[in-house]
Design a protein around this ligand. Sequence first.
Ligand code: PXL
Length: 290
Amino acid sequence: MRNIVPRIATIQDISGFGRCSLTVIMPILSCMGAQVCPVITAILSTHTGGFKNMTFTDLTHEMEAYINHWKSLELEFDYIYTGFLGNEKQIDIVIDFCESFKRTGKECIVVDPVMGDNGKLYKTYNKIMQEKMKHLVAKADMITPNLTEAMFLLDRTYESRAFDDEEIKEILSQLADMGPKYVVITGMTDAEGIKVNVAYDKIRNIFWKVPYKEVLAHYPGTGDAFTSVLIGALINGYNLPMAIQKAAEFISLAIKTTYGYGVDAKEGIMFEKVIPSLFKNEVDGEYSII
Ligand code: PXL
């Protein structure tokens, strides 16, 4: 870490209402002790997950000058974190950003390839973006796809089923072959029917399986919260499986809390209610090498 306060550039949209992208990422990472510097790709009145008549202001044309200013300031980042991207030009800009700001080789580029869920691509995603995302993944040190995104990146058919350890390892290795040193896939089910987040550390050649308790309620923005807590935990010195566990615990707690209040799921997880849990160091639960 080169900056006194770890510095993260994050390239994301801001959706004013509905708790996703920057409105989730910035508070979580600030609480975990990072300085968050956003490159804003678009301004939406809400996320795209179900509110009628949302507004969308595309900022693609502003991004180049914005980033050029940062280049002239010779800013250095410890982490570069990218999420939801709105069009193929933005993916090119992000690839250029990663190349320009990877100055010492110590920076960690985290790509959350936000493309879809439950076996389907988001409506904003097309084939060209799906192909370009593979180039961005090749630049990443770490990727955090869900199972749907993992399958799209590998051009495999999505199947909502259990996977045995050998299949899990094969999927993780194939993604690591695309470039990243660390691969984390969320939301898989293992051969025993247990919900697991899984990971591969290519440097140490270790595969991890980190079980979590499934909460049967779906909210937008949970992927953004997961990757933010994961990065925050890594910055705070957690190892990879413990960082995954911390992120999963935070999401379960936030979902359980939100579910209890019975508010409309479109409003996202009430992470504000559980922010204090980020400050405790211990994580519970098991994880194993597979
Ligand atoms: O949480 C990912 C995300 C980010 N940004 C926007 C979205 C979504 C998911 O739906 O709609 C605008």
